[in-house]
Design a protein around this ligand. Structure first.
Ligand code: BG6
Length: 477
């Protein structure tokens, strides 16, 4: 879909996120012809450098994180012509007049706050003071969006003093992942699943986002966040919402976000015995969590598994099991919907009972698998086995099928002014309202996470959480 000429100003333009994600994403969209003539990327950061030095910096970032596309030197050069740089002081006056002098009246302009939330307020005030805000101005805000409900509310209040809600794009990059969007298409673009998508036919749902990486290098942030704030409150919550929500009338921003909000508000309070927290220990020459964050007494969790319920007609009685963690045995993000047993087996007890399972694999290989029960081949009577109806996206759509990075999709949506895949103020607050009492409970009780071996499946208690209910985790075991 073509876009109008735009400017993207990246505050924190020399930072880690800019290098790894924002610049490569914009470069790829440029290569795809989505940066119309006259569009600019303006890096803004404290460091004093000129546009030529910034272009060199961007070349370095692209050669490291730009993938194959960045091997094309002429494409990189052409992209760099669209770049410029302003040295700016978010808390002072330096650079602001220069920036406002560069602006083209009424052109779509997105200001990407790729900086800590401590600077959101300063940046917003200065954008206003220097006349940089007009109807086509948008701001893009990264997580963490607050630390708890109070701080998220304060941030929302602050931003709302300077911008309309329709100008604020709160990123949860999981919503930009292809398969996450596919989840909505699978549900609402097929007749097959939705009639069965409820407590009557679904035994339970499980969502796993497992990572092999630890927190080294991000210790300071992570130690104050933990898996609950870093992943559960946002990414897993969004996956839960898209799995559980009612069909919106239209695939448009408020219709989708209204339905997601209802899911979060329907979440029951999680019982303490339905939560397992873990913290990785050293293994195979890899440091422990406590070493990584340089705090020998840390009580922050690098793993969390929990069971929750939704208090609504569609889902009453169907548990949702969510787990996420770092330094686990494999990288595996998936949503599995486990259907109930057939009401009666006509094949008798010896045949065995089987359940249908639908797995939506987000990472590492995107795809969807439906487990179907068939007869075991052979003359030996009626025994049932499960076979997967497998759709690997790479196989089905071809290895060259375009699977853009989440940031490519999301940045272009900002430019187009489409907020469907961004979180609204009330959604973020509702997610914190659910998370806060859980965290406060741990703090009040002084709960420490259970140690688990690096590159294992997490604490044994996480497996027990399922086994107690006669179930087991799919995916990473
Ligand atoms: C980020 C978290 O939001 O998501 C990180 O802060 C995490 O801790 C990352 O590693 C995971 O993203 P992805 O796209 O690699 O699954």
């Amino acid at each position: 879909i073509p876009v109008d000429t735009f400017d993207l100003v990246v505050f924190g333009g020399t930072g880690d996120l800019a290098q790894r994600k924002i610049l490569p994403a914009l470069f790829k969209r440029f290569c795809a012809g989505q940066m119309p003539r006259g569009s600019r990327l303006i890096g803004a950061a404290r460091t004093t450098m000129d546009a030529a030095a910034y272009r060199d910096f961007v070349r370095g970032a692209l050669s490291e994180f730009g993938g194959e596309a960045a091997l094309d030197r002429s494409a990189v050069d052409a992209f760099c012509e669209k770049l410029t740089y302003v040295a700016i002081d978010a808390r002072g006056d330096q650079g602001w007049d220069t920036l406002s002098g560069m602006m083209v009246p009424d052109r779509v302009c997105a200001f990407y706050y790729s900086v800590g939330p401590g600077l959101f307020s300063d940046l917003s005030q200065r954008l206003h003071r220097h006349g940089l805000v007009h109807a086509n101005t948008r701001i893009v805000v990264e997580k963490p969006f607050g630390h708890d409900l109070d701080s998220a509310r304060a941030l929302n209040r602050e931003l709302s003093q300077h911008f309309e809600e329709s100008q604020i794009y709160r990123i949860d990059h999981y919503l930009g992942k292809e398969t996450v969007q596919n989840l909505m298409v699978v549900r609402f673009g097929n007749m097959l699943f939705e009639p069965l998508w409820n407590a009557q036919y679904i035994d339970h749902v499980q969502i796993t986002v497992a990572e092999t990486v630890g927190v080294r290098g991000r210790g300071e942030y992570y130690e104050n966040a933990g898996a609950m704030r870093d992943m559960m409150q946002n990414h897993l919550m969004q996956l839960l919402c898209l799995t559980a929500m009612e069909p919106p009338a239209m695939f448009e921003p408020d219709a989708v976000r209204d339905e997601k909000l209802k899911v979060i508000r329907a979440l029951d309070v999680v019982q303490p015995h339905h939560i397992v927290r873990g913290q990785y220990t050293a293994a195979d020459g890899h440091s422990s969590y406590r070493e990584d964050v340089d705090n020998p007494r840390s009580k922050t969790e690098s793993f969390i598994a929990l069971k929750c319920h939704l208090n609504n007609w569609r889902w009453a009685g169907t548990p949702f099991y969510l787990r996420t963690g770092k330094r686990l045995k494999e990288r595996d993000s998936e949503i599995t919907v486990v259907f109930k047993d057939t009401p009666h087996s006509i094949f008798g007890p010896e045949a065995g009972r089987h359940r249908n399972e639908l797995t939506i694999q987000l990472q590492p290989d995107e795809g969807i698998t439906l487990g179907v029960t068939i007869k075991e081949p052979g003359p030996g009577g009626m025994r049932l086995i499960d076979v997967p109806l497998d759709m690997s996206f790479a196989e089905a759509l071809g290895p060259d099928a375009d699977s853009p990075d989440a940031y490519e999709r999301l940045i272009m949506d900002v430019i187009r002014g489409n907020q469907t895949l961004f979180m609204r103020n009330d959604e973020v607050e509702a997610a914190w309202a659910w998370t806060d009492p859980i965290i406060r409970g741990w703090e009040a009780r002084g709960d420490a996470p259970k140690p688990y071996d690096s590159f294992s499946a997490g604490p044994d208690d996480a497996a027990m959480l399922m086994r107690r209910d006669g179930r087991e985790w799919r995916g990473m075991k």
